[in-house]
Design a protein around this ligand. Structure first.
Ligand code: UFG
Length: 337
């Protein structure tokens, strides 16, 4: 039996592939390389010493997707694929609804055709929007997002819940990621976006290697201890392991929709993250304080207790580990991929 990973060459998908292969699973990976490349596939093989099936396709291509199901005994799907640039999604919403939402529908229809009804979906803490408490619990309602990207995550969660209502033999795990950072400690896998990064850690990495001049911290007048925003950064390898635990949970259950926050439960400010990076790596990261970025929340972090209790999952890596591994990776992969 194989596990199908959509977007398996990407940042989170590739780290999950490593953990799954290390546990002896068979994998079929599909990816269209829209935000990844072949190098990560080679890295997965090198790290694990194991092979897997790979198809360079977009998951909206029904015919080619069906072929993947024909050629492999797919037992479950981990669905990572999707566009994820928040700013771009505001400018080009249809691109996001088309790829993320319509693409997921094609995937689910294909799964039904081949009688595969077990799926783990990559959702995001963004679905919570602004809440009264900054410690987010799975029972909080989903709030319409200012970005089309955020709304695609909300819609797909809803689609999965409706699908389960229509056929309660489905097994669905929805994983709400907080802020994944870090890299595999081999330095072979990590995140290295092309151009100017949108997210904090990739930006810090590029300043540290001298590709960008300085980091701008978006505002220091937030309602937090040091005035900079606080987030729940978690190591991508911890996150990857969360997917294995979610699959194990689905294997144990008869059916159902299970939703989990994946985060550490500890908020860290922008300044704390930058200063930790500087300290553990003994490298300078010049920064200045700039204006606020529109739409940023003062603080948001996970209540991870449900995942701990039901999945037996707990993030184990520290902020120091995240900063060390991010630096190790970027030094070995200076050019953006
Ligand atoms: N930040 C800076 N300077 C930068 C980039 C970011 O100060 O150059 C700050 C932001 O203002 C924010 C923090 O660093 O306070 C983290 O920003 P990121 O863009 O790295 O992460 P976000 O929390 O804004 O967004 C992340 C994911 C989204 C997801 C969202 C909510 O990138 O996909 O969490 O879950 F939607």
């Amino acid at each position: 039996m194989s596990i199908l990973l959509t977007g398996g060459a990407g940042y989170i998908g590739s780290h999950t592939a490593v953990e799954l292969l290390n546990k002896g699973n068979e994998l079929a990976i599909i990816d269209d390389f829209s935000n990844s490349n072949e190098k990560s596939l080679e890295a997965i093989k090198k790290i694990t010493g194991k092979d897997f099936k790979f198809y360079e396709i977009n998951y909206m291509d029904r015919e080619k997707l069906e072929k993947v199901f024909e050629e492999n005994k797919i037992d479950s799907v981990i669905h990572f694929a999707g566009f994820k640039a928040v700013g771009e999604s505001v400018k080009e919403p249809l691109k996001y609804y088309h790829n993320n939402v319509a693409g997921t529908i094609v995937l689910l229809e294909t799964m039904i055709k081949y009688n595969v009804k077990k799926i783990v979906f990559s959702s995001s803490a963004t679905i919570y929007g602004k809440q009264l408490s900054t410690r987010y619990v799975e029972t909080m309602e989903r709030k319409s997002s200012p970005s089309a990207y955020g709304n695609t995550k909300i819609m797909i969660e809803q689609i999965l819940e409706d699908l389960y209502k229509s056929d309660n033999t489905w097994k669905v795990a929805i994983l709400r990621y907080f802020n994944p950072v870090g890299a595999h400690n081999s330095g072979l896998l990590g995140e290295n976006p092309k151009g100017i990064p949108n997210n904090l850690m990739p930006f810090i990495q590029k300043v540290a290697v001298g590709e960008l001049k300085e980091l701008t911290i978006f505002g220091n007048d937030y309602n937090t201890p040091d005035g900079t925003c606080r987030r729940d950064y978690l190591h991508v390898v911890d996150l990857a392991i969360g997917h294995l635990k979610a699959l194990e949970k689905l294997d144990k259950e008869k059916s159902g929709v299970y939703i989990y926050n994946l985060g550490t439960g500890s908020p860290v400010s922008v300044l704390e993250l930058v200063n930790t990076f500087i300290k553990v790596n003994n490298i300078n990261v010049p920064y200045k304080i700039g204006a606020r970025r529109e739409g940023d929340l003062d603080e948001c972090y996970a209540d991870p207790s449900k995942a701990e209790k039901e999945l037996n999952w707990k993030a184990s890596k520290t902020i120091q580990d995240m900063c060390r591994d991010s630096w190790n990776y970027i030094q070995k992969n200076i050019k953006g991929e």
